[in-house]
Design a protein around this ligand. Structure first.
Ligand code: PGA
Length: 240
């Protein structure tokens, strides 16, 4: 496990981007695993800036995102495909045919999970970007999720639904479930790039790195991965 600590948001983005850049430079047709949430935004800003200034191309890159809400129209600003388009895809030369995100509008959700799993079975993700929840979750894999899980549907807790209500016109519009890559599939990536910022993540970061490897903290499984880089800000690193 390599742990690096950033002293500003800009440095956080640069340290994270250094890991992605190395992979993309070595193999311009690499496969990137991507994440949504506020934490990876400085990374995506650096990717866009580098693309604009240095011309790094994503024309042959394939991407797999971790998760998506069920039932939210793709055009909704809170759908994860909208988030990725707004923060990254529309600013670089990625071919949208190479972008993969679970389809939360699929008529048969079980079949959609199986489809995404079988795609993941056939690829080797070179680097998977991850965030961590304050409760130690990775993607939508909440505490208690088996470490060998595959892509599956998750029903959001009432707490998550009420936390997310601020992004929607009313609480009734907040999706009740999501599709998420499983922990087993996340662990299959060749490299994991975990990003965490803010004091509300400090306990989870401590458990991820120093705690027992236990499903009560899904991120603790990263201790078993051979190639993990963790980028933290000072607040998230405070308890280490
Ligand atoms: P955040 O979400 O980046 O918005 O903090 C991370 C997560 O909950 O996985």
């Amino acid at each position: 496990m390599k742990i690096v600590i950033a002293h500003s948001e800009e440095e956080f983005g640069k340290l994270a981007f250094a890991e992605i850049r190395e992979v993309v430079y070595q193999d311009p047709a690499c496969t990137l695993g991507l994440a949504t949430g506020s934490t990876p935004i400085p990374l995506y800003k650096e990717m866009v800036k580098d693309h604009q200034e240095n011309g790094t191309s994503y024309g042959k890159v394939r991407t797999f995102n971790l998760d998506e809400y069920v039932g939210l129209p793709k055009e909704h600003p809170e759908s994860y495909i909208s988030f990725m388009t707004r923060n990254l895809f529309s600013h670089v030369d990625i071919d949208m045919k190479n972008v993969n995100i679970p389809n939360g509008l699929a008529p048969d959700i079980t079949a959609e999970c199986a489809r995404y799993s079988s795609l993941l079975d056939k690829v080797s993700v070179d680097v998977q970007v991850l965030g961590i929840g304050a409760n130690g979750h990775i993607a939508f894999n909440e505490p208690g999720t088996p470490f060998d899980s595959k892509t599956h549907q998750v029903f959001l807790t009432q707490k998550t639904i009420s936390d997310n209500a601020r992004f929607f016109d009313s609480i009734d519009q907040v999706p009740k479930s999501a599709l998420t890559m499983g922990i087993g599939e996340i662990m299959n990536a060749k490299k994991l790039l975990m990003l965490a910022a803010g004091s509300n993540k400090a306990d989870a970061v401590y458990k991820m790195i120093k705690g027992p490897v236990d499903p009560s903290c899904p991120a603790s499984i990263l201790q078993k991965h051979p190639d993990v880089v963790i980028v933290l800000d000072r607040a998230a690193a405070a308890k280490l």
